[in-house]
Ligand binder design. Structure first.
Ligand SMILES: C[S@@+](CC[C@H](N)C(=O)[O-])C[C@H]1O[C@@H](n2cnc3c(N)ncnc32)[C@H](O)[C@@H]1O
Length: 268
């Protein structure tokens, strides 16, 4: 075993982070970033630092490995198209939406705000939001977001004409999602690789998770989300993500430039 492999198996064994799911180049980039912060240039030395848990390094590393980067209305041109998808899919029955890999909740809350903004009946919109990361889900349930030097929440929300209908201000930099938006969303833990598919969804957003997952796990993830969609339902991926061939044949491109696909009925 190389020193790098030793390090990965320690992390897999001693922490809750399943390194085997992730692409090695991705793991190496993240671990090397931590090593630079600790002025360490050998995997061996860094492993020793994790063993003794000096400076709480295990927690720091876990934080670095779990990429929860997200935004309200991330990739704006997608959201204009999603508004049309929501309106087209609302047929009087309950519209079921799944935000798979929802991080800290900004994606499912954006969907909820968009549905309300498009005039959909809130009693007929149900959004399930899932992630593998319990801490992210905890933050998502709280629904409080602070502007930082690099993330201006007000600017993110400005995709909507009147965003203040959907959030309340708290303190100088804080925004809390309003209860009538929160009411549309429920959160639960779900692992897209090992978890069962769901069923009956009209729209699934599975964005920016496959980009850093090891190649062999992309197919199981996209298989899970595609099985969870009803025929005619829509799938939206991240802007740099694509459907592998085996899954692609179950879909037609609704808007390929922005990675929105429509599920064909079974057997087509
Ligand atoms: C970069 S965020 C994407 C958030 C949001 N979908 C977006 O596009 O803004 C990726 C999320 O995928 C989650 N994730 C990673 N592996 C996962 C898995 N096997 N099952 C479910 N979620 C996973 C991470 O915890 C993280 O919150």
């Amino acid at each position: 075993m190389t020193d790098f492999e030793d390090l990965l198996s320690f992390v897999e064994r001693e922490t809750e982070f399943a390194t085997s799911y992730y692409d090695d180049a991705y793991l190496d980039r993240r671990i090397s970033a931590r090593m630079r912060r600790r002025n360490t240039d050998s995997y061996d030395e860094y492993l020793e630092m994790l063993r003794t848990d000096e400076h709480d390094e295990r927690a720091e590393l876990l934080d670095t490995l779990s990429v929860n980067v997200t935004q309200f209305f991330r990739d704006r041109k997608v959201w204009a198209a999603l508004r049309d998808v929501l309106l087209e899919s609302a047929d009087g029955t309950t519209l079921s939406i799944w935000s798979a890999a929802c991080a800290d909740g900004r994606e499912p809350y954006s969907i909820a705000m968009l549905a309300l903004d498009a005039g959909l009946d809130p009693r007929k919109v149900r959004i399930l939001a899932t992630d593998i990361d319990e801490d992210a889900l905890e933050r998502a349930r709280r629904g409080r977001y602070d502007s930082t030097r690099t993330a201006d929440i007000q600017d993110q929300l400005s995709f909507l004409d009147e965003p203040m209908q959907y959030v309340e201000r708290e303190g100088e930099r804080g925004f809390v999602v309003a209860d009538h938006v929160k009411d549309l969303v429920s959160f639960e833990r779900h692992d897209l690789i090992t978890g069962d598919p769901k069923s009956g969804f009209d729209l699934v957003a599975c964005r920016n998770v496959c980009i850093y997952i090891d190649k062999q796990y992309k197919l199981p993830i996209l298989d899970t989300v595609s099985q969870s969609l009803d025929g005619g339902g829509h799938l939206v991926l991240g802007q740099t993500e694509t459907l592998p061939g085996e899954v692609k044949e179950r879909f037609e491109a609704a808007d390929p430039r922005i990675r929105i696909y429509r599920r064909l009925p079974d057997g087509e």
